[in-house]
Design a protein around this ligand. Sequence first.
Ligand code: ADP
Ligand code: MG
Length: 234
Amino acid sequence: MSAILTAVNLVKTYTEGRIAAPVLKGLNLAVPAQQLTAVVGRSGSGKSTLLHILGTLDRPTSGELWFEDQNVLKLSDKARAQLRARHLGFVYQFHHLLMDFTALENVELPLLIAGVPESKARAQAAEYLEKVGLKDKLHFRPSELSGGQRQRVAIARALCPQPDLILADEPTGNLDEANAAQIFRLFETLVRQERRAVVMVTHDQSLAAKCDHVFVLENGRGAFKGAADDAAVS
Ligand code: ADP
Ligand code: MG
């Protein structure tokens, strides 16, 4: 099994005043390509910190990050932003949609920013909204949608640029069981049919159990469930 993203000996220490709080203490993780990986761990264990570093939204205090054969932390800011735009997608617990924009406008925006021509961006955004079951809500604003529907718009927005890896931080954290199950099925379909990789932070044991891999974050380090130690998947 190959890894799409590999974190080596990640250390992250937040410093506030004179107090240094180590969160990640030499964490190793090889994210399997084209598979669904759950990240679990108690609240405050560093799951969001890890996801931000994997997504190049934040830098570790030390350690390495490899995307395929690119040494991510050594790239220029511009090259790293490009890598992020081309290959990575994010879904958060709170949807972060633009409230004055329709579902369609929210989803097409990242494409327009990436320079995709308007008619193509619009068609692609509509296609992804259809994939998440919102074909009849294209022109609705977030305030006119339910929590589950908003989260599906956020997922369509993350998927639309066709990233190889989706990083999702508790994407079902605010949803009831039925909506959470629907979001999970979407991720599953994506992985199986479109060969993307998904890393999903979740508190939901039953969802984690349905993933291909479960990475348990504990004491600043982590290991795949069932693995003897925190050795990477090879
Ligand atoms: P989780 O997502 O597992 O709940 P987080 O990664 O959000 O954990 O946080 C891990 C620890 O790091 C927590 O103790 C949190 O308070 C601290 N932390 C997170 N972000 C920051 C920050 N920007 N500045 C200082 N401390 C932070
Ligand atoms: Mg978190």
